[in-house]
Design a protein around this ligand. Sequence first.
Ligand SMILES: [Zn+2]
Length: 355
Amino acid sequence: MSFTTNGLVCAHHHLYSTLVRGMPAPKNRSKTFLDILNNIWWRIDAALDNEMIYWSAMLGATEALMSGTTCIIDHHESPNCIEGSLTTIADACKVVGVRVNTCYGVTDRWDDDGQLHSKVSPLSKTTEAAQRGLAECDRYLSAGGSGMIGVHAAFTCADETLIAAAELAQKHSVGVHIHVAESTDDAQSGARIESLAQDNWLLIHAVHLDRKLKGRIVHNVRSNMNNSVGYAKPTQWSNKILLGTDGIGADMIEEARIAYARLREFDVTAEPSTVWRWLDNGHDLFTEAKDDVVTFNYDFADSPWHAAFTTNMTAIDVEINGEHVLVDGLPTRVDILEVRAKAHEQALRLYERLS
Ligand SMILES: [Zn+2]
């Protein structure tokens, strides 16, 4: 048993959400999942500009590193700042030294007149906004960026858009990274993407999925609890399961502990090794992370039974490609205090726009 593990992978993150903690409470109390999207997330993403995206990603990547997470699979949306946004995120992660795979999450919820629709007819036409999102994915991947084709979710997309995303993914030999059946509002998504999904797709949440689909399922247990959408019961599927945070940080050991506690509540015979296997499955998408070395302040860090119950286990050193990018718990390439201060400035700008 050892103090070290290999690099951890967050298989579903929203780096743009890092600034959101501490935002003033919305005027309307959210009573449903769609309320949460309307009152919080779709107001936030519409207010983002390039500088906010940069510092949000920088803080998110730095905090990931400080948790031993060396690889982030990011899903991004900023409807009023689409072009170049993926490069901004990749640039921020590069400065910190964390690997990122990002995508722009296309959606038709903003129509061509700039009106927001909570649900979109499958028969409607692809919007200009969705075309711009697809173009951003195409541009970023064509320029050699590491990423996928993002789709917000089937319930905010026309069928035409889902097909276009699948075709673009094929063109670039990558998968589609899409939220699937996160709440009952998206329960039809399985039927809508069944003929499109491929083994290299990332199916996020799958809480209310009603059929087996091709692809890997990413379980975001804390986010699901926070949004009160139900338990995803990941062990019901034969698909490979990975772990994500859905934007609530990137501390994957912490996420695994919560996933274990929730699994155990569902099945008292479950063992931590099941959840730590989900964590390991992230290496399918980032094989390089197997060579990263994360040293924790606790022996037996590589034992699921220990890690599941040692709640103050902390990463103190991280080595990526032979470079020590975290030493004594602090990032070496950036000053965490400066990153926090800059991110805070951008957070205040963001809250100002929201008010
Ligand atoms: Zn998400």
